[in-house]
Design a protein around this ligand. Sequence first.
Ligand code: ADE
Ligand code: ZN
Length: 354
Amino acid sequence: MTSIAFDAIPRDRLPGLLRDAPKAELHIHIEGSLEPELIFRLAQRNGVALAYPDVAALRAAYAFTDLQSFLDIYYAGASVLLHEQDFFDMAWAYFERAAADHVVRAELFFDPQTHTARGVDIGAVVGGLHRACEQAQSALGISASLILCFLRHLSEEAALATLEAALPYRDRFIGVGLDSSERGHPPEKFARVFARARALGLHLVAHAGEEGPPAYIESALDILHVERIDHGVRCLESPPLVARLAALRTPLTVCPLSNIKLRVFNSLGEHNLPALLAAGLCATVNSDDPAYFGGYINDNFAATFAALPALGPRQGYALLRNGFEASFATPAEKAAWISRLDAAFQAALPDVAG
Ligand code: ADE
Ligand code: ZN
């Protein structure tokens, strides 16, 4: 374990340090990176009619009151994606943005059912995204992998059929996840499809404890056997659950700006990220749906640290390091990124940086 004199890092160096540090993004729905400008460009290219006359009108509709109000508009935005090239273009736009934020590892969620329901071939979805991941590595030095998510408002039979349809592309995704409307759709609804994914050797993650209760986090762990919890911020309502998550170092992929836009917290100043870290949890910072929630991963770091005085260099390092440790990359990759992270923090010390 590195010993970095966090208290010696001048506070005014923190924003630049967080901005330029290498980072992992583990909770990004690639359909949630679709910016309004690209939605309109793809709509025109594909002859898809949109319910909004222009980019400004679409952006003006991004005033959400809860998760469902966001999902309704998010699925409508995704309706412009029809061809392999569309999926490539969407993911490539994200990777260019991620590279600017010094993301070196990205694990991208994608929702095949959103597209196959419109008649899109799952091979076009996976193919376009996979091609962008390969180019991210070769052109931008970003290590990228895909995680196939099941929509929890649909049936488990539909999820099972989706997993089977994706099996010809088994080598192009590393895991499965669970997203969409949380309340009323507990993890146990998907016990069989997660068991099947587990038998296939896939990594397992699930959204839980975003809007849903701590019991959903428990059933994601006990019944689905997930390795990470997406969001998970409501775990603090259950001290025994916090103790369990801390003891096992189960990662939480926290998305601060998302939590404000979807009213999980009233303001960033009230976010429980400092409390999650203080409880010894393996929390990470991510963007969730950056095109809809007002920012990419660096915007999340910057706004959250600006709003919460309890977050300083020590917490910044912990969040960034947790991101690498929680990733599904190889141990060698993780060690190399953590060395780069350590070097960035060492360089911010006054005696080294001058
Ligand atoms: N799909 C995209 N973003 C989501 C979120 N924050 N929660 C659940 N499902 C989602
Ligand atoms: Zn999410």
